[in-house]
Design a protein around this ligand. Sequence first.
Ligand SMILES: Nc1ncnc2c1ncn2[C@@H]1O[C@H](COP(=O)(O)OP(=O)(O)OP(=O)(O)O)[C@@H](O)[C@H]1O
Ligand SMILES: [Mg+2]
Length: 253
Amino acid sequence: MGKIIAIANQKGGVGKTTTAINLSACLAEAGKNVLVIDMDPQGNTTSGFGIDKDQVENTVYELVLDECSIKESIVEVEGLPTLKIIPSSVDLAGAEIELLGKNEREYILKNFVDYISDDFDYIMIDCPPSLNMLTINALTTADSVLVPIQCEYYALEGISQLMHTIDLVQERLNDKLKINGVVFTMYDARTNLSSDVVETVKSNLDTKIYKTIIPRNVRLAEAPSHGLPINLYDSKSSGAESYRNLAKELMSE
Ligand SMILES: Nc1ncnc2c1ncn2[C@@H]1O[C@H](COP(=O)(O)OP(=O)(O)OP(=O)(O)O)[C@@H](O)[C@H]1O
Ligand SMILES: [Mg+2]
């Protein structure tokens, strides 16, 4: 059975989507079968893989509202034969209210993913920047959570709330859920701030921290506008190298 990893941090702009896209692409490059689920109505993971959000027939929205099957919601990604994605759409922003009347609404995604989890080595779920019902569905589906932390002054803000939510989901909804680890993103070697943040987080958080630190790299910021993951956009960039190393760490777990 594949490993299901939710990439979560309710803080905005910390590198969740960049990690979801590029870590998944590097796992696929290493020959793994990967499914990416874009749970964010912003749909940046979907467009980052070059998929036109307005052209796709089925998305996570149709899936959770039972308007299509999980197989019908899965889309191929050009250039990465072993990577597939369930795209997102803006409609997903309204899904929370539509889900209110549903039974067991915390388990809607999980019940679908159970059908196909054997088909993949990794299922990566990109979460929106909030602790809403979409994120809860992701955490209920996942085996573990990967938490990107941006190397900036307020890095730890909101982390205790995130850990508390993960504990609650573990207690009440998904007893197999664990914290996979923390990955530092947007590290700037030219400043003391980045290294200070890494030290502060290490001494304050009692969780595994990945050895690989993702540097700030302009190629990582450019790649989504070309609809390409970093290994296809600039294979030799520091961004590509770092996400390859992170993929290796994950594969050795
Ligand atoms: N290592 C990096 N180097 C340079 N730019 C980066 C890096 N990681 C992310 N970025 C840029 O920072 C911005 C925020 O990153 P990203 O979209 O991955 O964060 P997010 O946590 O998914 O945001 P949101 O909370 O809105 O979903 C984007 O413009 C992205 O291109
Ligand atoms: Mg995002």
